[in-house]
Ligand binder design. Structure first.
Ligand code: MN
Length: 283
């Protein structure tokens, strides 16, 4: 099932290039007072929302998915966890490119661990990327994104994928420089998630997905998640040994070789097996 958020926080079911309004399915989310439980209420209640989507799709308004503004399918993650240097070919290019390493010794994820991106950086495909600090290089990084479905703490690798609600395409956009990653990768709109969530039942093996990113029609990045240094299972196990993961938390799994600068007017096109295609404009 492909589930999206669009326009003024409507819920959509995507079928091919059609979108069905299933916003009424959100009515099963229990009303809660203050403080709300941590996490995203739609993701936390997905098991009860899914049958409501099936019921509501028969009467929902249908339109082309390209006619709406796609928002991040997760509205309220408690955090965006991200994996630094999690492909060996990106390790190699980072060591060779002085505009990436700035004289620092580059390590892999085994040396860095994980980092966090601010939740305020999160946007959907239709909202686009607004560049900041344009005196610096601003790079694209395509990544498989995992959306956590239920509270996870100290999860063993063998069970890790049971905690995933679904998958999406992630862009971990980056200002290059010497500051901490959490600063350079957290500008507003520097975490793109979309175009929708493809539910986990449709993704048999997230550790074998081809993906690619094009800028203005030219292929910049192309790889497969089987080349991850820390695979999907290990990332969840490792992250949950430090953080409690809540429903809606996002794990961006890392980017392969081919990162490169973006400029205003660029059109980014992302493809990931099973999930589909995501188009994002740069301003
Ligand atoms: Mn990244």
């Amino acid at each position: 099932m492909r589930i999206c958020r669009y326009n003024a926080d409507k819920l959509g079911l995507v079928k091919g290039d059609q979108l069905i309004d299933v916003t009424l399915a959100l009515d099963v989310i229990p009303q809660t007072g203050w403080p709300k439980p941590p996490g995203d209420a739609m993701i936390a209640n997905l098991d009860t929302i899914k049958p409501e989507i099936e019921t509501n799709r028969k009467m929902g308004y249908v339109q082309g998915v390209n006619n709406v503004t796609l928002k991040s399918p997760v509205a309220n993650p408690t955090k965006i966890v991200a994996a630094p240097v999690n492909y060996l070919d990106h390790f190699d290019e980072s060591r060779e490119d002085s505009e990436i390493h700035f004289g620092r010794d580059i390590q892999t994820i085994e040396g860095y661990g994980l980092f966090l991106k601010a939740s305020s950086a999160l946007v959907g495909a239709g909202e686009g990327i607004t560049l900041g600090h344009t005196d610096r290089r601003n790079d694209h990084e395509i990544e498989l994104a995992m959306i956590i479905g239920r509270t996870a703490k100290n999860v063993p690798e063998a069970d890790a994928l049971d905690y995933v609600a679904g998958y999406a395409i992630g862009l971990d956009n980056t200002v290059r420089g010497v500051e901490d990653r959490s600063l350079r990768k957290s500008l507003d709109s520097y975490a793109v998630l979309g175009p929708w969530i493809t539910t986990a039942d449709e993704v048999e093996d997230p550790e074998d997905l081809d993906f690619r990113l094009l800028v203005n029609g030219e292929v910049r990045q192309a790889s497969n998640t089987k080349y991850l240094i820390f695979g999907c299972r290990k990332l969840i196990a490792y992250a949950s040994s430090f953080y409690t993961l809540y429903p809606g938390d996002i794990i961006m799994t890392g980017t392969p070789q081919g990162v490169g600068p973006l400029k205003s007017g660029d059109r980014i096109e992302c493809h990931v097996d099973i999930i589909g295609r995501m188009d994002v404009e740069v301003r």
